[in-house]
Design a protein around this ligand. Structure first.
Ligand code: ATP
Ligand code: MG
Length: 365
């Protein structure tokens, strides 16, 4: 990744433009962590980048940023810019391309995200990012209140980075979150959810959640049930317990899944009937939320005498013959009864046993 990134920088540099790796990749590199993608900043405009990489596949260009995919790695190449105007405490609505790296770094969110690397692998640290990285501190570039007022997403990013890196928020950031947090109400639910997902998925989630609650962001983000969640082992399980399906964006499948998780929650997921009806995935999610060993649930599921109605060793035709009836809605009732008896262990799933059971049943009635 680093090698390819440096090649890209060289290629841009050769045409006379400045280019640096910036942000997450440099931060994670210095911490010894791996990155998913690479951000590059440059004095070349998107149009110039298109001619420099004329042989490359550039899937899209958005807001002066060009995405390059090489060896399955995404490179986000962004032209140095100054953000001139923000609207509704969210995205900048007006930008100007500039020539100065330092000025570009000043518009960024946190000092640890301003570290750069040049084509020779040298670290460039114009805004004291390295010191904060060593101290483990999330500090804004310039005035925190101004940064969070310009773009309230940065509040959630601060908490997300603190969580994933296990860093402290600076005193100034803490104070600024208190005074600007209400701006988060104007942020789209999608953007709030993207950051919350990353906090919930972090191995350090309990710290992130404690920060959210300390700042009262559970109220502001309309997730008041956050404080009552005891296990964060499954992302869908967490959202199901938060019960915010009507506000936050989810797919139809996710909504159905969350409803089912909530329905199953009061049940015993080790009960064969519950496992059979709701299947392993949902029962495991509920199990994880309740702190039940997933291996125990998986074993119980494997041990079920049947997993599907078609596993019952008798056909619909067979049932009709024994009961001397033509096919009709009664069949469903018979199946439900057979499933229950087999799962409770009252009936063995063998054809002769089932026939005998149905015969006794038909002679009784
Ligand atoms: P990761 O990719 O691990 O989420 P990152 O720091 O690379 O972390 P990106 O969202 O990829 O984060 O953004 C790249 C860089 O752009 C950041 O490091 C930061 O310098 C800048 N940046 C991103 N979002 C903002 C923002 N909302 N306000 C100011 N600067 C930002
Ligand atoms: Mg990144």
């Amino acid at each position: 990744m680093l090698e390819t990134s440096l090649k890209i920088l060289k290629k841009i540099n050769e045409t006379g433009y400045q280019a640096y790796i910036v942000g997450g990749f440099v931060r994670d590199y210095l911490l010894g962590n791996t990155s998913q993608d690479v951000d590059i900043c440059t004095s070349a405009t998107p149009k110039e980048l298109r001619s420099i990489f004329s042989d490359a596949y550039l899937p899209h260009e958005e807001y002066g940023s060009v995405t390059l995919v090489l060896h399955q790695v995404r490179f986000e190449i962004t032209t140095f810019r100054k953000e001139l105007k923000y609207e509704h405490n969210r995205k900048p609505v007006e930008i100007r391309y500039i020539d100065s790296l330092e000025e570009d770094l000043l518009r960024r969110d946190f000092t640890i995200n301003t570290l750069c690397m040049d084509q020779d692998g040298n670290i460039i640290d114009l805004l004291n990012g390295r010191q904060d990285l060593q101290k483990g501190i999330i500090q804004t570039v310039g005035d925190s209140t101004l940064k969070f007022t310009e773009d309230s997403l940065r509040i959630l990013r601060a908490i997300r980075f603190a969580t994933s890196l296990n860093f402290k928020l600076s005193e100034e950031v803490i104070a600024a979150i208190q005074t600007t947090k209400h701006f988060l109400k104007g942020l789209s639910y999608q953007r709030k959810k993207d950051e919350l997902d990353r906090i919930f998925l972090s191995p350090n989630v309990t710290y992130g959640v404690s920060l959210l609650i300390t700042f009262g962001l559970d109220e502001i983000l309309e997730i008041p049930k956050l404080g009552s969640i005891t296990s964060f082992d499954d992302l869908m399980g967490v959202w199901a317990m938060l019960e915010v399906d009507d506000r936050y964006p989810f797919t139809k499948n996710e909504r159905d899944l969350m409803k089912e998780i909530r329905n199953v929650y009061p049940c015993n997921v080790l009960d064969p009937m519950v496992l059979y009806q709701h299947k392993l995935y949902v029962c495991s999610v509920v199990g994880r939320l309740k702190g039940i060993d997933p291996k125990k649930i998986a074993q119980k599921y494997v041990d079920l005498p049947i997993h599907l109605r078609t596993d019952i060793n008798i056909t619909a035709q067979g049932i009709c013959q024994i009961l001397n009836k033509s096919p009709g809605p009664f069949l469903k009732e018979v199946y439900v009864m057979l499933e229950e008896c087999i799962l409770k262990g009252d009936l063995i799933n063998q054809r002769e046993k089932i026939v005998a059971y149905l015969q006794s049943f038909s002679s009784e009635s």
